[in-house]
Design a protein around this ligand. Structure first.
Ligand code: ATP
Length: 266
């Protein structure tokens, strides 16, 4: 009963603000974008500049932890000044709720491109794409930060511009990992505070892209095979993926991975 009441209370205090409401007299809510584990995200019109911005609010039910995590996300995003990473504009409290205002990135996520628009990425296109993503990730790593949540919904494309968003799980190299005791092998590989975690995530990202061209034939449905049997890709690309996924000894850093990709891409 107490757990039920707690859930009802949390759903009530975490209820998103309505379209049209204005945050701190400046940011008019155009659309609720989504609720993550620790925050609520809105697309807003900045009435001062006339530009669209993103407002991320710490989830009220998460209390101090939600605020600490949003502060940390802001600190990391402010450090990462790069054209492929949303700019962090400001933060403030209104009615005791913490908000962060960032650049709104136009475009479609890779998830939308594949699953809604039916985009197909052939091997070379997928590798070129990953090469571009690695440039962004290399910059982040050189700043002493790991993203730890590189997934297809967190990469946005608009024309030639690629952006990496959602630094909610990012961490500084050397910090302890925030991992639950019952975390499985996959989560440990994604969230350990080390550059190989981002490379591991990129391995899965690449598989998503390559599977966009895969058509399951009826007779194959019974016997599920692994990606190495299913994907018609070169042996070299397979070797790269095996290192990304840590099946073989992993790349030491992004640079080594890029060099190997460049051999395939010449
Ligand atoms: N700067 C941005 N520009 C454009 N869209 C964004 C931006 N930041 C977030 N979004 C979009 O807003 C939605 C909610 O994002 P948010 O990062 O708050 O939560 P999430 O990704 O759903 O969850 P979690 O943070 O727990 O991973 C997502 O669909 C994301 O694509």
């Amino acid at each position: 009963m107490i757990a039920y009441l707690k859930r009802v209370y949390e759903a009530w205090i975490d209820f998103p603000r309505r379209e049209g409401e204005v945050i701190r007299g400046q940011y008019q809510i155009k659309r609720f974008l989504g609720m993550g584990s620790y925050g609520l995200t809105y697309l807003c019109l900045d009435k001062n500049s006339g530009q669209e911005v993103v407002a991320k609010q710490a989830k009220p039910s998460k209390g101090q932890l939600g605020e600490d995590l949003l502060h940390r996300e802001m600190a990391i995003m402010s450090q990462l000044e790069h054209s492929s990473i949303p700019k962090c504009y400001t933060s403030f409290k209104e009615s005791n709720r913490l908000y962060m205002i960032t650049e709104y990135i136009q475009g479609r996520t890779v998830e939308d491109l594949i699953f809604e628009e039916g985009a197909r990425f052939e091997e070379k296109d997928a590798l070129r794409f990953i090469r571009q993503l690695l440039n962004i990730v290399q910059f982040i790593h050189e700043e002493g930060i790991v993203h730890l949540d590189i997934r297809i919904p967190n990469v946005i494309l608009e024309g030639d511009r690629m952006s990496l968003i959602d630094f909610g799980l990012a961490a500084r190299l050397g910090e302890p990992a925030r991992l639950a005791l019952d975390a499985d092998e996959d989560l440990i590989r994604r969230r350990t505070v080390d550059v190989t975690s981002d490379l591991y995530a990129i391995g899965h990202f690449l598989l998503y892209m390559l599977y966009s061209t895969y058509e399951l034939k009826e007779e194959q449905e019974e016997a599920a095979r692994g990606w190495e049997q299913e994907l018609p890709i070169t042996a070299h690309t397979k070797r790269i993926i095996r290192k990304l996924l840590q099946i073989d000894p992993p790349f030491a850093n992004v640079q080594v991975c890029m060099e190997e990709l460049d051999v395939v891409l010449v």
